[in-house]
Write a protein that binds this ligand. Structure first.
Ligand code: ADP
Ligand code: MG
Length: 310
């Protein structure tokens, strides 16, 4: 029986720059096409760390050399959704046509509402954009009210908040496209973060974690399964230690305990396990799978990866 699956693609599905992305998406498209061929309905989301960093740097340079205002971070996220979606949707279209599956593929420019009271706004953690001298950083902080921080001895950078996703604004569009038999790419880079001011949606200078946004989207779509594809085949406890142990399945209770014991690195595996747990516990029958990009098909057939059930 075909399942409704939200696939969250990690950095290795896209590469680190434009030429790498062109190559990487071909392999990614094969993985996704396998799932489509098996009869599953798929919705794809993806990260955008290196891509949004590149855009932000380019826009900062343009602003510096041309004296033009800096592009807001929300606009940079929108740009990243656009060009990643462009490559991904074309690669997928081509791979499906090669297999005789003429399914339309579309990318939805996706806004994600966040709560202006989210505690994350009081404690920005995510460094973005170009490195600056202390003087440049202090000027930016004074002029624009940005939060700036010293980043691991390499200079100063702007740091932004990473609030939790509350609502996928374009969810009805995604549903309609899905119901029309399309493959949909949405909530790229965690979505464009916005806050609601009456009917107006205002972009905010924040970055939403793509694993959390994918979990939220999967819940709103009533998906059966959330697959988080990354650079490891399974989740481990005591990761990188001599007694590390790869896990086939994690119960919600164990997941909570392992999180508390610090087995999952913040910013990498921790949000994945939290997002997986959140989805798995959101309704009966839902489950999440964390595995390698190239193992997605084996994973969905229960042969590998780490599964979390509610
Ligand atoms: P993505 O771009 O897919 O989001 P990340 O690099 O953010 O990938 O996160 C995946 C990485 O998390 C793995 O490649 C691995 O190095 C690291 N990691 C940290 N803790 C663990 C753990 N407990 N088990 C497995 N991998 C872990
Ligand atoms: Mg990541």
């Amino acid at each position: 029986m075909g399942k409704k699956i939200v696939i969250a693609l990690g950095g290795n599905a896209l590469g680190n720059n434009l030429p790498e992305q062109m190559v990487a998406v071909k392999k990614t498209a094969k993985t996704i096409a396998d799932l489509v061929q098996q009869g599953h309905q798929v919705i794809i989301s993806h990260g955008n760390g290196p891509q949004v960093g590149m855009i932000q740097n380019a826009m900062a340079e343009f602003s510096r050399t041309h004296g033009e205002p800096m592009a807001p971070l929300s606009v940079c996220v929108a740009m990243s959704q656009g060009y990643i979606g462009y490559d991904l949707q074309n690669a997928l279209r081509e791979e499906l046509l090669e297999r005789g599956i003429p399914k339309p593929v579309s990318t939805v420019l996706t806004q994600v509402r966040v709560d202006p009271q989210d505690p994350a706004f009081a404690k920005p953690t995510k460094p973005i954009g170009p490195f600056m001298t202390r003087e440049e950083a202090e000027e930016l902080a004074r002029e624009k009210g940005y939060t700036v921080m010293e980043d691991a001895g390499r200079g100063y950078r702007r740091v932004v908040a990473s609030p939790k996703p509350v609502e996928i604004i374009e969810i009805e569009t995604v549903k309609d496209l899905l119901n029309a038999g399309q493959i949909v790419i949405a909530a790229g880079g965690g979505g464009i973060p916005v806050i609601a001011e009456g009917h107006h949606l205002k972009g905010v200078g924040a970055v939403i974690d793509k694993d959390f946004a994918s979990s939220r989207m999967a819940q709103m779509l009533d998906a059966d399964c959330l697959i988080i594809l990354t650079a490891v085949e399974k989740v481990a406890i005591r990761f990188g230690k001599p007694d590390q142990q790869w896990l086939d399945e994690i119960s919600p209770e164990d997941a909570q305990r392992y999180i508390q014991e610090g087995h999952f690195a913040p910013g990498s595996m921790l949000p994945k396990v939290q997002a997986a747990l959140d989805f798995a516990q959101s309704a009966p029958g839902r489950y999440a799978l964390i595995t390698l990009l190239e193992k997605a098909s084996d994973g969905i057939q229960g042969r590998t990866g780490t599964v979390i059930r509610g």
